[in-house]
Design a binder for this molecule. Structure first.
Ligand SMILES: Cc1ncc(COP(=O)(O)O)c(C=O)c1O
Length: 466
């Protein structure tokens, strides 16, 4: 044996002996760079004009950290900037200071939520925080939850559980009910679950974008009469297009009567249910008939991506659905490894940034962020010319709009030109396609946007003609 182990002279990892000057130096340099990027935010656009970033590839020899820091700078300055006050296009707010630290801690610890022995304190943190949040939104003692990397995955976790609980896991002729404004993730989930389009039953929405209850009742009764089994009904608490809310109480009552799994996709609106304060037309609901609910604190609170939870009224439903045993993990019988509560196996400690974010904000800070986002939307609606625009907006902080009486071609042209002109003025708003026409959409989830920005935007739009 002539080869020698090299770990005594090459420092690839944080040192376990010395004082880690190299790690400290990189952390300081990177922190300085990121802080500068934040401070420069106002001078750049939400989308970078300077696209310096070029992908460099691994060479035979490793690259010096000094060079990597230059490459990191190019990457950073060529990135989308959610903190820019004009970043109003999507559900991607600036990250809270403390949630940035959360990701740093998570990757430094490199623990794994797969198993308790790989993340003893963080498994406890995730378990207890999910339970606390479940009770906060109105579930009882049996409740709990799991984090997953995004709302799509949690909607999937919910539907897999729903199928298991209906005893229909291996039956692909079962029906999923959603509303026509439900998020596209359900189409993906259905594909994964082998549910064909003809078994996704879509309920129309009313003029407010909420699931139409008479249509829902008619649909559910006709499916039952046809002899098909429904494995889940999904309500949306905050639609992507306009922040509309489905009637949770009515849907929940009906699901309860018929013994059908009731999932709420509250990826957008769920965070309002966590607040102590009640919000008019939002929080006056009863979720006790729901079996599962997806909540994405990444979408409005500023917990860095990804931060999404699936909360369930009975934690045993997740345990029974996803239990496989982990033959390579030797743990006592009373330990529940959190890799057996959802689709994901190895999982990062995303819960740390949520925990720190909630602690850092406190209930007052959470309510402040939620209040401000609703207030900004109201100010914008007041300023937008109601004679010119058709406005679509539910109770949440999202608004879509279009000049009245535009056909498909006109809507396509007007929205494209308006979006591009706004981009030149450093405002980034989105252009969703809804029922065949393009709209403009603004998401008021950016804490840095001021009343002046809102006035500028409304003035521009009121006067913009193609
Ligand atoms: C209502 C709703 N549900 C689910 C999702 C999917 O969440 P994610 O992008 O975190 O997978 C979104 C995303 O915007 C959404 O708006």
């Amino acid at each position: 044996m002539t080869e020698k182990i090299t770990n005594d002279h090459i420092n690839y990892f944080p040192s376990i002996k010395g004082n880690n000057d190299e790690l400290l130096n990189v952390l300081i340099k990177t922190s300085e760079l990121l802080c500068k990027w934040y401070s420069d935010t106002n001078r750049v656009s939400p989308l970078p004009f300077n696209k310096r970033f070029r992908v460099s590839y691994p060479q035979k020899n490793g690259t010096d950290v000094k060079i990597l820091l230059d490459e990191i700078e190019d990457l950073v300055y060529s990135s989308f900037c959610p903190s820019h006050p004009g970043s109003l296009a999507h559900l991607d707010p600036p990250p809270l200071t403390i949630s940035i630290i959360g990701d740093l801690i998570a990757s430094s610890l490199n623990n794994n939520l797969l198993a308790e022995e790989l993340s003893p304190s963080i498994s406890k943190l995730e378990n207890d925080l999910c339970k606390w949040l479940s009770k906060k939104i109105g579930f009882d003692m049996n409740s709990g939850g799991i984090a997953a990397s995004g709302g799509t995955l949690n909607n999937l976790n919910a539907l897999v559980t729903a199928k298991h609980y209906s005893g229909l896991t291996f039956n692909n002729e079962t029906v999923l009910i959603i509303s026509e404004d439900a998020h596209v993730s359900f189409k993906k989930c259905a594909k994964i679950l082998g549910i064909e389009d003809r078994n996704i039953c879509v309920v129309n929405t009313d003029k407010n974008g909420s699931m139409n209850i008479p249509s829902f009742i008619k649909l559910i009764n006709s499916i039952i009469r046809s002899g098909k089994k429904i494995f889940a009904v999904v309500a949306t608490f905050g639609t992507t297009f306009r922040g509309a809310l489905d009637p949770i109480n009515e849907i929940g009552n009906l699901c309860n009567d018929k013994n059908i799994w009731f999932h709420i996709d509250a990826s957008i609106g769920g965070i309002f249910l966590v607040a102590d304060k009640s919000f008019d037309n939002i929080t006056d609901i009863n979720i006790s008939n729901a079996n599962s609910i997806t909540i994405n604190p990444q979408k409005l609170l500023g917990i860095a991506k990804t931060s999404s939870l699936l909360l369930v009224s009975d934690i045993n439903t997740l345990k029974n659905t996803f239990h496989t045993g982990l033959p390579y993990i030797d743990s006592p019988d009373d330990v529940i490894n959190r890799g057996e509560l959802g689709v994901q196996g190895s999982r990062p400690a995303e819960i740390i940034k949520l925990w720190l974010g909630l602690r850092f904000l406190g209930m007052e800070g959470i309510e402040n962020i939620l209040n401000e986002s609703l207030l900004k939307k109201s100010i914008f609606i007041e300023k937008l010319d109601e004679n010119k625009f058709e406005i679509f907006s539910g109770p949440l902080h999202i608004i879509s709009f279009l000049p009245k009486k535009m056909n498909t071609d006109q809507s396509n042209k007007w929205t494209l030109e308006a979006r591009n002109s706004l981009m030149e003025r450093n405002y980034m708003i989105s252009r969703p396609l809804y029922k065949g026409r393009n709209y403009l959409r603004i998401v008021f989830g950016n804490y840095n946007t001021t009343t002046q920005h809102i006035s500028d935007l409304a003035d521009f739009l009121n006067n913009f003609n193609v």
